[in-house]
Structure formats: C-alpha cells, structure tokens
Design a protein around this ligand. Structure first.
Ligand code: ATP
Ligand code: MG
Length: 497
C-alpha cells in the first residue's frame, strides 16, 4: 500500500491518534532510518497567517530540550497538501500509552501516581530551566513507555497556539483543556512556570482520584470553578491517602501563583519527602513492569541536576532583578510617558495656584520618566496624579459650585467606588495595572474634589500620592524578589510592563 510521504523523507505509516491541533502518525524517517512520530497540524490552524512562523519558532525552541522525560523534537517542516502549506512536527516515537489511556482503567495506585507526577516535574524542571513553559500539561500529553518512563509530549505547541489566540482575540485565553487551565490562563494573564505546576496539581489529582479537581456541565462552569472554587481535597475522594500528598496537591492548586510551589524542583522535593514520610513504596513500572527490559536502563532519567542557584547566586540574582530595566515599548509604557509629559506641562501652566503644586508636578513628571524604565505601572501611578489633580481643579465638579444636590452626591460616590475598584486592580496586577491606576487618579480625585474644601483637598492629594507610590513600590519590589527566587525563567511573552 502506498503511504503519504512528507518532505520527501517521512513516510506516514499508521495513524496513532487525533487531537485538537492535528493528527499524529507513526512514520519512518527514510534518511535516518528510524521510526518517528509526525504531527500534522489541522487545516484550520494552517489558514491562520503567521501561524507557520510562530509554530516553527516554538518548535525550534522545544528542539533544544534534551531530557529523557521530554519527547524530543527532531524536525519541523511543511508540505503542500491541496495547495496549502501544512506544517508538521517530527518527534521521538514513544511506544506506550498516554496517561489518559492509563486512567481509562481507573485511578492509579498512590505510588504510581506520585511517581508519574514526579517524572513530569523532572521534565518540567529541565524545560523551565530553558525558559520553556509547556502550558498544556494534561494526561493526554504524557506518555508512558513500556519501561514505565514518563515522556511529556507537545512542548512548544501550546505556546504557539496561545500566541495566536492573543493575536486573534486580544487575550491569551482559550488555549488548553478547561480541566487543567490555571486561573491566570483563563483570565488571559501572563503565564509562567508556575502555570505548569498548577496543571501538574490537576494531573496528580486525577491520577489519584480518577477525576480532575473541577468537573461540570460546560467548559465555562469548569473555568469558573478554577477561578472561584476551592478544590475538594483528594483524600475525600480517596480515603486513606497520606495527608502529605493531599497537601502537595492542594498547594499546587492555589489560585495565586505566589502561593504555589516556587518551581518544579521544590514541588518534586516535597512530593519525594511526603512519599518517604508516608512510606509510599517506589513505583513499579507502568503499565507492566519489565525490569529486565534494557530500555528501562537506557530511558531512566539522569540524576537530578545540581540546583541551579546556590544562596549567593540567588542573592545576586535578586539584586539584578530589582534593578531590572524594562525597555520594551508597550501601550502601558506609552501611557505612562504621556502622563509624564503632561505632568511637566501642567507644572509650567500656572493655572493651579497652590504653592507647591508646580514643583510636585515637575518632580512627578520626571520621576515618571525614570520609573518607566523599571515599571510602567509605577510610572503611571506617579505621573498621572498631578495631571488628574489639574483636571479636577479645572473642572466644575465641586460642591462649592453645585451644592449638596443628590444627583451630584450620587455621581461623586459612584466615582469613589470606581476609584476603589481601579486602585485594587492597579495594585494587584503588575503587568497591566498602569491603566487602572491612571483611571484611579481621575475618578478618585474628582470624587474627593466634590466632598472636601480646598485645603483638605490638597492634603488628601499628597497623602494619596505618597501612599499609592509607597504601596506600589513595595509591592513591585516584593514581586521582583519573589521572581528572582524562582530559578525558572518566565515564558518570553510580549510583556506589558
Ligand atoms: N510522540 C508520540 N509517540 C507516540 N504516540 C504519540 C506521540 N504523540 C502523540 N501520540 C499519540 O497521538 C495521540 C494524539 O495526540 P495529540 O497531541 O494530537 O492529541 P491530544 O494530546 O489528545 O490533544 P491536543 O491536540 O490537545 O494535544 C495521543 O493521544 C497519543 O496516543
Ligand atoms: Mg497532545
């Protein structure tokens, strides 16, 4: 029988499966005379312009990974099918079953579940060390060889897809499987290595209990639970589970990334520790132990690499991270620059009679420019404050002009509420909080301007300016320090700092 051959090299022999992104075949590489797995991407994706370039870029990054727990990417290419360039990915052929198939037989014995999660964490430690976040860890993307070695599939593909989603929809949402999506993925915020740790938490949960932490009628209901509901501890579904294992799963499933494990190594170490404490025996190979199988020796993961950071290195990383200068032009950065320029302009305008205002506005404008190199959010907070004050003063929105009219009081109160929401949003989100902070100044000061007389207004303005800057500065420092403590590198996304 005639088989299809891609790139005049890979002869597709048998279909192994089909997923959301394309079809996987067992194939023969005629040049190197070996069996490989070839994933051809679906026609729908192929029609998206630019996808090809992104896909190839991510595949090249994934090809740099060299670890027994990662299905190696060998090649990437494209072939014309019905006039379309169809991209394909050539990877290591893994003989075995996916964890999704293994789960078809029901939950795993505790030792096998812990062992499988541990192996996935080892693979992630390697990829995170190379700056590659998987973003779609799930049972269907983990295969087990006959020797019981876990291999993580599809590195790089989810990244290319989520970038496409970002481009198409303006958010990073909608890539991945709802059952394993971390809250930050659902909300379209930036992802990092801790996003994968959340998915490993979901994976371990399912391996232990036979179901993911959140289930529901629709994907939306599942996503809502990821955002808002605490998971039922796995021990409730599987009585007798050691409390330590329960704790590891629940920590990985925290909504806030800062509350999860700092990195894959820490989670793996904790899993090993609780397994030892609970005297969980070492896992037999899965699905059928073949201890004498030579592949068991060949495939065994190499011993853990030495920790990448010793204490001194961490300290210097921390200092470097604190002083990290961000030159990337982003919309938020442009808004901060605009605020700084306007602050300098209002400082020269002499339209505000207060003695100190010109100096405060000038300093805010200059500080905004300097802080912009470090954090656009902080720059927005500092630079837009005097601009908003000037606008509030120039506007007619004051009780002296309008009296205690109910509708104005209601408007001012609503503005105050919006200001509170903006401040909270700006405080919580380092990446895109600058816009919210800009709105905070306008709504907040307009609200305050209505209720207070002149002298108090000025006092409130200075107190707010100082308080907001101190709180945000402290919070930015804290985030930077936390980032520097985790060895894994964030995914190189178009950050909007
Ligand atoms: N490298 C590989 N070696 C052997 N079989 C593989 C390999 N990669 C994938 N498969 C098989 O092909 C099937 C389909 O994989 P695919 O990645 O396309 O789908 P999926 O993981 O279920 O969904 P998604 O598209 O979301 O990744 C897998 O379930 C697995 O059985
Ligand atoms: Mg897959």
């Amino acid at each position: 029988m005639e088989h299809r051959t891609l790139g005049q090299r890979y002869e597709l022999v048998e279909q192994l499966g089909q997923g959301g992104m394309g079809t996987v075949h067992r194939a023969v590489d005629h040049r190197l005379r070996r069996t490989v797995a070839v994933k051809t991407l679906s026609a729908e994706l192929v029609r998206q312009p630019q996808f090809l370039a992104r896909f190839q870029r991510e595949a090249h990054a994934a090809a740099a990974l060299n670890h027994p727990g990662v299905a190696t990417v060998y090649d990437v290419g494209e072939d014309a099918v019905d006039g379309f360039a169809v991209p394909y990915l050539v990877m290591e052929y893994v003989e075995g079953r996916t964890l999704a198939q293994v789960l078809g037989d029901g939950p795993l014995p505790t030792e096998q579940a812990v062992d499988a999660a541990g192996q996935v964490l080892e693979a992630l430690r390697h990829s995170h060390g190379h700056g590659i976040v998987h973003r779609d860890i799930k049972p269907a993307n983990v295969m087990f060889t006959r020797a019981g070695i876990a291999k993580v599939l599809d590195f790089g593909i989810a990244k290319a897809l989520s970038e496409m989603a970002t481009r198409l929809t303006g958010t990073g949402v909608a890539v991945g499987t709802p059952a394993y999506l971390a809250p930050e993925q659902i909300e379209g915020r930036d992802t990092d290595h801790r996003t994968d740790l959340y998915a490993v938490g979901c994976l371990l949960y399912e391996l232990l209990t036979g179901r993911p932490p959140y289930t529901g009628e629709s994907p939306f209901s599942v996503m809502h639970q990821h955002l808002a509901q605490e998971p039922v501890p796995p021990s409730r579904l599987r009585p007798g589970l050691p409390p330590g294992v329960d704790a590891v799963v629940l920590r990985a499933l925290h909504k806030r990334r800062e509350d999860r494990f700092a990195d894959a190594a820490e989670m793996k170490a904790e899993l090993d520790r609780v397994a030892e404490y609970a005297q969980i025996p070492t896992a037999p190979a899965m699905p059928t132990p073949t201890a004498m199988d030579p592949r068991a020796q060949a495939d065994r993961p190499e011993p853990a690499e030495a920790p990448r950071h010793d204490r001194a290195a961490r300290r210097s990383d921390g200092i470097r991270s604190l002083g990290r200068v961000v030159f990337q032009p982003t919309p938020e950065g442009m808004v901060a620059l605009l605020g700084s320029t306007l602050a300098v302009v209002v400082s020269r305008s002499e339209m505000i009679a207060t003695e100190h205002f010109p100096l405060v506005a000038l300093l805010s404008g200059l500080a905004g420019c300097v802080l912009l190199l470090w954090s656009a959010r902080l720059a927005c907070a500092v630079a837009w404050a005097p601009v908003a004050e000037a606008v509030a003063v120039w506007s007619e929105f004051s009780r002296a002009n309008m009296g205690w009219e109910t509708r104005y009081v209601v408007i001012a109160l609503l503005l105050g509420l919006v200001a509170g929401a903006c401040l909270t949003a700006g405080y919580r989100d380092e990446r895109t909080g600058g816009f919210a902070l800009m709105s905070f100044w306008f709504t907040g000061l307009t609200s305050v301007w209505y209720f207070l007389d002149d002298l108090r207004k000025i006092g409130v303005f200075y107190v707010l300016l100082l308080g907001v800057c101190l709180a945000l500065g402290a919070q930015t420092l804290k985030t930077r320090l936390a980032d520097s403590r985790s060895p894994a590198v964030s995914a190189p996304e178009p950050a909007a700092r």
